[in-house]
Ligand binder design. Sequence first.
Ligand SMILES: NC(=O)C1=CN([C@@H]2O[C@H](COP(=O)(O)OP(=O)(O)OC[C@H]3O[C@@H](n4cnc5c(N)ncnc54)[C@H](OP(=O)(O)O)[C@@H]3O)[C@@H](O)[C@H]2O)C=CC1
Ligand SMILES: Nc1nc(=O)c2c([nH]1)NC[C@@H]1CN(c3ccc(C(=O)N[C@@H](CCC(=O)O)C(=O)O)cc3)C=[N+]21
Ligand SMILES: [Mg+2]
Length: 293
Amino acid sequence: MRSHMDTHTANILDGKALSDRLRGEIGKEAAELTQKHGRAPGLAVIIVGNDPASHVYVKNKKLGCEKAGIHSFSHELPADTSQQHLLGLISELNQNPKVDGILVQLPAPKHIDPETIIEAIDPGKDVDGFHPYNVGRLAARQPSLRSCTPYGCMKLLAETGLDLHGMECVIVGASNIVGRPMALELLLAGATVTICHRFTENLQSHIERAEIVIAAAGKRGLIKGEWIKQGAIVIDVGIHRLEDGSLTGDVEFDEASKKAGWITPVPGGVGPMTITMLLANTVQAFKIHVGDE
Ligand SMILES: NC(=O)C1=CN([C@@H]2O[C@H](COP(=O)(O)OP(=O)(O)OC[C@H]3O[C@@H](n4cnc5c(N)ncnc54)[C@H](OP(=O)(O)O)[C@@H]3O)[C@@H](O)[C@H]2O)C=CC1
Ligand SMILES: Nc1nc(=O)c2c([nH]1)NC[C@@H]1CN(c3ccc(C(=O)N[C@@H](CCC(=O)O)C(=O)O)cc3)C=[N+]21
Ligand SMILES: [Mg+2]
């Protein structure tokens, strides 16, 4: 019973449970499409170098594919792979009719320019939704392949059952892969959107008036629990691995839980949803390629 303010704790937005549910549906659709078209949806994952954290994400992506009946093609390249070689591989995968989605794990080593790589991917196979074509589609209110992390955050927000029209949203972080496409998603959903970044003055004052907080600065504990407006929805995108191996986010979870109406945990919040939306995008890309939509 939540009869007293002091004992208030937020509802958990469970990204693991929602992922399990959605991956069941994605797997069902992948099986139907495989039956109908005689081949499974295919995802090519390219990783350059041996950053251990990146390898964990890539392993999770492959496992997610397997369980959903999506064929995964893995390309593990050494850290000294030239940009030209990588562009050659992308060009082959762009042509390969068995490959519906192409993902190049970021960050890549320093001698590789991420913008050049992203632009080389066929926009119809850009299951990360990072290509300027796909970002532009979202900006122009005609979304095609949508960036996985913001798309996953929108699915989590839908779980609250709340109408987002006119909601005061504050996004912390303005990166190309999270903050910016997140703002476009929320704008498309009819919310009022503020984007905070490195040059924002008085972050606290912005958070204090937010009905929805999206924390994606990549700074552990940046968002203080006591800043959260009573009843607000808090989506924590940040991921930080602590010395003991555990994970935590950009939000002070325990403190924020006392104020928020809804909150995502780390782990088990946004992370699993990012991979789920990657699987959903791969099925969508398959449908684009076979002309099923
Ligand atoms: N759960 C998931 O699925 C995913 C999680 N992540 C995690 O999310 C976090 C963000 O990732 P990503 O977007 O790639 O990170 P980036 O470092 O690319 O971007 C961080 C953004 O936050 C801004 N920022 C940094 N410090 C502050 C501050 N003190 N106040 C306000 N804004 C600040 C930066 O501003 P400026 O632009 O001015 O530098 C930048 O716009 C990381 O912890 C990452 O691990 C990322 C992707 C997926
Ligand atoms: N081209 C590209 N596309 C990406 O989507 C991409 C990328 N590069 N580079 C790195 C970031 C990060 N990212 C995550 C994916 C899953 C979890 C995830 O599954 N997290 C679990 C925990 C996993 C663990 O135990 O480490 C959780 O939060 O519960 C986290 C982070 C995708 N990214
Ligand atoms: Mg505190």
